[in-house]
Design a protein around this ligand. Structure first.
Ligand SMILES: O=C1C[C@@H](O)[C@H](O)[C@@H](O)C1=O
Ligand SMILES: [Co+2]
Length: 299
């Protein structure tokens, strides 16, 4: 059994309004989004572009609905920008997260990333770091993680992601092996591992002791196949419905939950299923996800 005091459930605003494709759900307001998260039975959220920037204003709106901020995406550019520049942006985001009471920051290395490029096929076009870049990247992540932990009391979790320099299992392995477990943890995303052809069960078994945040997303494999066959971009795939909520795609979540449960996982499991809200009503899919998680985990 998951410890109900220590494992919490969240949902990402990306199902209501997609910051990577702002036309998807542009009509949905911040208030509708957070109200529906609460209505569906979630207590955690990440941060979307429509969220108030002032921590006090945001905190009030969330507290009214019994929601807290549990993580926020951070785009690092360790191999293409001076460390000091990355550090400045990182500290600004940590200050915001600390004011919000969040315990986790989710970093993704966005140097040379093709995840947001609509004219670049997602398969076969990602950048591969050389040895020197790996050294800069891992050293930088350790430094960011140390700042986050020692100065802000926040854990740095690294988000492996399609189209980025840390996408495939061998890249995740190299990143994990060359960063300090004290300062760098893994943000385990079921959808991104499945999308790149990895087995999310193997990945969770391998890294469970270093996982501090979980993104639960499912995959519609026929859409991913189409993206591959037709050389489409990551965002084309999102529009077409490559991702959906857990329980609605091809991933077997039972053994994944079991590994996390047996290891005594503590932290958030957050549903993150970006799709077109005009086709997949966000409240309907949030309720569907919440029911699935309750049935599978008792949470
Ligand atoms: O954590 C995430 C943040 C999104 O912006 C991203 O593209 C999505 O796929 C994801 O996993
Ligand atoms: Co994710």
């Amino acid at each position: 059994m998951f410890n109900k005091e220590k494992v919490k459930l969240g949902i990402a605003p990306i199902a209501w309004t997609n910051d990577d494709l702002p036309d998807l759900g542009k009509e949905n307001t911040f208030e509708q989004c957070v109200s529906e998260m609460a209505l569906a039975g979630f207590t955690g959220s990440e941060v979307g572009n429509k969220y108030p920037k002032d921590p006090e204003v945001l905190k009030k709106a969330l507290e009214l609905r019994g929601i807290e901020i549990c993580n926020q995406w951070f785009s690092s550019f360790l191999i293409t920008k001076p460390f000091e520049e990355v550090e400045k942006d990182f500290r600004a985001q940590l200050s915001f997260l600390k004011a919000m009471g969040a315990k986790v920051i989710g970093a993704s290395e966005q140097s040379h990333s093709v995840q947001g490029m609509t004219d670049t096929p997602i398969f076969g076009h990602k950048y591969v770091m050389n040895d020197e870049e790996w050294e800069i990247f891992c050293t930088g992540m350790n430094k960011l993680g140390e700042i986050a932990k020692e100065e802000y009391g926040i854990s740095l979790t690294f988000h492996h992601h399609m189209g980025t320099v840390v996408q495939d299992p061998d890249e995740v392995e190299r990143m994990m092996a060359n960063t300090d477990p004290e300062y760098v943890s893994l943000l385990f995303d079921t959808g991104h591992f499945t999308y790149c052809g990895a087995d999310p069960l193997e990945m969770v078994k391998t890294y469970v002791d270093r996982i501090k945040h979980v993104h639960l997303k499912d995959i519609r494999p026929e859409i991913v196949e189409k993206v591959k066959a037709e050389n489409l971009s990551f965002l084309d795939g999102v529009r077409m419905g490559a991702f959906t909520v857990p329980g609605d795609g091809c991933i077997d979540f039972d053994p994944i939950f079991k590994v996390l449960e047996d290891a005594g996982y503590e932290g958030y499991m957050l549903v993150e299923a970006e799709q077109d809200p005009a086709k997949a009503n966000p409240l309907e899919y949030a309720l569907k996800a919440r029911k699935f998680i309750a049935e599978k985990t008792g949470l």
